[in-house]
Structures are given as C-alpha cells and as structure tokens.
Design a binder for this molecule. Structure first.
Ligand code: NAD
Ligand code: TYD
Length: 423
C-alpha cells in the first residue's frame, strides 16, 4: 500500500524474483517501452510492469485498475490447512490478486493442497508460527497487505481434549500476537489505507455451545458458551478480536461458521475419516448414540462467504455462516456408506454400513449445532451453492480421485495420531 505507483511496481517485480525488465534495464524490453512511452501523455502516472495473469506472462503499464490488481494483497494465516488452502485456491482463481500464506505446517498443514498455485507468482509461502510477532511484523512491513485473513488454529476437538496446550498457545496467544502486529501496522497506515484495511477472524459455531432439540439456531447475538478446550480457545480469540476493535479501533470482522467438509480435509474429522475407513474395510467409529447434530457446509461455500464478508463486511461486525443443513452423525455415515456402495462395489466390506460401530462417546460432546445464516444472506445475498447431497457426492469423488494425496496424509503423523486415538 505504498503510495507511489513506481515503488509498488518495483516491489512487485522484486517479489516475483524476476529479472528486472523495466525500461532501460533490458535490451529486449527497451525498444518496446520506447514505442509505448511515446504514446502516453506526459502527465499520466505510469510505470511499466511485468506480471502474470491466468498463467500468461504479460508486459504492461500500470494504470489504476492494474494498481488495484497488485495492491489487493492479503495475508492468510493457516493457509496450508483444510479451509485455508481451499480459500487460497479460490482467491487466486476468482479475485486474481496476491496472497501471502503464513503457516507453521503442523500435522494439519499440507503444502500439497496448494500445488495448483505453488509456482504462481501471486502466491507466496512463509513457514512460521503466528505466535512469532517479529515474523508477522516483517511480513506486514514487506508485503503491505490490505487485509489479514486469520485461519491458523488447532482445530480438532478430540485433540483438544487429549492435550489442550497447543490450542491455548496457537488459538489464543497466536491470535493475540497477530492482532498486536496488525494494530501496529494499521496505526502506521495512511488515511486511505486505513479505510480499506481489515482483520478477518475465521471462527466457529462451536463457541456458542450446545443446542437442545427445539432451540433456535445460533445467531450473531447468541451468548458464547464454549464447552471444549477447542471452542473455549476460539472463544478467547474472538473476544480478543472484539476488544481490539473496541479499544484500538482495529477494523475487525469475525465469521462463525458451522462444520465444513470437502476436498483436502485431514482424515481425523468425521467425513474424510469415514470415507477412508469404509474404503479400507476398517470400523466406522460413531461416538455415543450417533444422534449428535451438526450443520454441514461445503468448504467452497464457506470460502465464498469469507470473501464476501471481507469485501463488504462492516468493521466490528460478526457474521454467522451456515448451510441450513442439520444432520445427525449417523445419517452422515449412512449416506457415505450408500454412495460408496454405488461407487466402490468391490471394496473389502460391502455393504459399507456393516462397518458402522458405536463407540464410547467424546467427553463433553455437544449435542447439537445449528446456524442462523440470515444476516449474511440478507446483507450480502450469499447462499450456499451446494446442497449437502451434491457436496457430499463431490467430496467422496474427490477422495476417490486423489489417491496420492490420501496416501501421503495417511502415512506419517496421521498414522501416529490414529494409533493413540484408537488404541
Ligand atoms: P486445519 O487444522 O485443517 O488447518 C489449520 C492450519 O493452521 C494448518 O495448516 C496448520 O499448519 C496451521 N497452524 C496451526 N498452528 C499454527 C501456528 N501456530 N502458526 C501458523 N500456522 C499454524 O483447520 P481448518 O479446518 O482448515 O480450520 C481453519 C480455521 O477455520 C480454524 O480457525 C477453525 O477454527 C475454523 N473453522 C473450522 C471449521 C471446520 O469445520 N473445519 C468450521 C468453522 C471454523
Ligand atoms: P468432527 O469432524 O470432529 O467435528 P466437530 O467435533 O468439530 O463438530 O466431528 C463431527 C461430529 O462427528 C461430532 O459430533 C463428533 C462425531 N464423530 C464421530 O462420531 N466419530 C468420529 O470418529 C469423529 C472424528 C467424529
């Protein structure tokens, strides 16, 4: 967000690690610029630039539209995880501007998710911890993003029950650290850049606690009542975000989304775990009576909603995101089994539902989550594109077609985790 077009251009070229092809510095480029520059009015604020659009290298002169293209850089934390990687892929495809991905690469971070954009100059990856304030400060200073989209978190409830420490560290302290750096950065911005800067906290419906069967779905004013170390750590982070808006005027946005499913989800979560176990003829462990209810949303719909909130959300506001798609766990597992019966009739155990096994319940297991998404629907005309029926079929097909990805995550630390969890 530097004010001079020339400095933005030069920073952009440096970022891409390209040979500098600006006028006067390349024998090939010079004649072309000489022709072009003659045609440009002298008072026009221009600067030549080399950039990549839709996989093609282009030469150009910066004009306001291109400047927006280059300046709309965002910093994403946790972009190698399930939702973060889907978000980055979608961002680059639909928004077309640059993304800096800061991710620690814990067991849940997988750079293979981002193979499609790994050599795109609009995508940059830095391995690091959100708790490292100095690192976050350096990234903000160097890249001058117009927004931070904060996904990085420890995200699995069962892990939070076994070992809450990392959840408190990353989710609470990590969010605090990113907020602190965002505050310093925001305070140093010029008036215009302050207007457009946003810090978006990606949160969950789990902070609202558990619903009874006849309770209304969670809305933005529902009181927080987290029940697991995971949801408590996310609630703590959300409260800090709120406080940074109220106390320091940091332009924050918070989204509380329901359970996501889709491509690239690590197979410790219900849906991918059931798909992979069913294919392998392993038991399908359903906790308790299987009647706990979750409200499911296809991950790309979540990503689209986050983009909508980032573009249009009012600073300080919270937006609930959900699919109006409440399902009991047992229904989910049975649906997966019948789709697999149809698509994988030669698996070791068919029908797959023979593998369903009711196991000991998760301690403190929330009975029901449901999201009232009317605010985001009303204000931004957002609606999920996928129904649960279409989304689950696409997801199963994705896991069937991406054997390499599955093989890679099924080895290594995932194996160790499964061994402890189900020993
Ligand atoms: P995930 O576990 O798949 O990914 C988390 C990512 O954060 C990983 O890439 C990991 O390496 C990274 N990370 C963890 N600790 C880090 C640290 N200290 N510094 C930098 N990076 C770190 O999680 P997800 O399912 O993609 O969830 C992303 C966000 O969305 C989380 O904040 C989660 O609370 C929220 N959310 C998830 C769901 C869901 O159903 N998965 C629903 C609503 C909200
Ligand atoms: P999960 O995917 O862990 O998401 P969350 O706990 O954040 O909602 O679990 C979704 C639901 O599925 C939850 O009610 C717990 C249940 N569950 C099982 O019954 N068996 C399993 O093996 C897993 C991982 C989850």
């Amino acid at each position: 967000m530097e004010s001079s077009i020339a400095s933005v251009t030069s920073r952009y070229i440096e970022d891409m690690k390209l040979p500098d092809l600006r006028f006067g510095q390349s024998p090939l480029a010079a004649p072309m610029w000489a022709v072009l520059l003659k045609r440009i009015p002298l008072d026009w604020d221009y600067s030549p630039v080399v950039y990549n659009q839709s996989g093609q290298w282009r030469f150009g002169i910066t004009c306001p539209a291109q400047l927006a293209y280059m300046e709309n850089i965002i910093l994403v934390t946790g972009g190698a995880g399930f939702i973060g990687s889907n978000f980055i892929l979608q961002w680059i495809e639909r928004e077309g501007t640059s993304v800096i991905n800061l991710d620690k690469l814990t067991y849940a971070g997988n750079l293979r998710n981002l193979l499609r954009v790994s050599s795109d100059p609009r995508y940059r990856f830095t391995q690091g911890d959100v708790c490292d304030g100095e690192l976050v400060r350096g990234l903000l200073k160097h890249h001058q993003p117009r927004a931070i989209v904060h996904f990085a978190a420890e995200s699995h409830v069962d892990r939070s029950i076994r070992g809450p420490d990392d959840f408190i560290r990353t989710n609470v302290h990590g969010t605090f650290s990113v907020l602190e750096e965002a505050r310093g950065y925001f305070e140093g911005l010029g008036d215009q850049d302050r207007q457009s800067f946003r810090f978006l906290q990606v949160s969950t419906d789990e902070v609202y606690g558990s619903l009874g069967p006849n309770d209304s779905p969670f809305c933005e004013t529902t009181a927080y009542a987290p029940n697991s170390p995971y949801s408590a750590s996310k609630a703590g982070a959300d409260h800090l975000v709120r406080a940074y808006h109220h106390t320091y005027g940091l332009p924050t946005l918070t989204t509380n989304c329901s359970n996501n499913y889709g491509p690239y989800q690590f197979p410790e979560k219900l849906i991918p775990l059931m798909i992979l176990n069913a294919r392998a003829g392993k038991p399908l462990p359903v906790y308790g009576d299987g009647l706990n209810v979750r409200d499911w949303l296809f991950v790309e719909d979540h990503c689209e909603a986050v983009r909508r909130v980032l573009a249009k959300g009012r600073a300080g506001e919270t937006y609930n995101i959900g699919g109006w798609s409440e399902k009991r766990n047992i229904e989910i597992v049975e649906t997966i089994c019948s789709i697999l019966d149809e698509l994988c009739a030669h698996d070791p155990v068919v029908p797959h539902r023979k593998l369903i096994t009711l196991v000991k319940d998760r301690p403190g297991h929330d009975r029901r989550y449901a999201i009232d998404a009317r605010k985001i629907e009303r204000e931004f005309a957002w609606k999920p594109r996928e129904s649960f029926e279409s989304g689950i079929r696409m997801t199963i097909q994705w896991y069937l077609q991406n054997e390499e990805w599955v093989k890679e995550v099924s080895s290594g630390s995932y194996r160790k985790w499964i061994a402890t969890q189900y020993s």
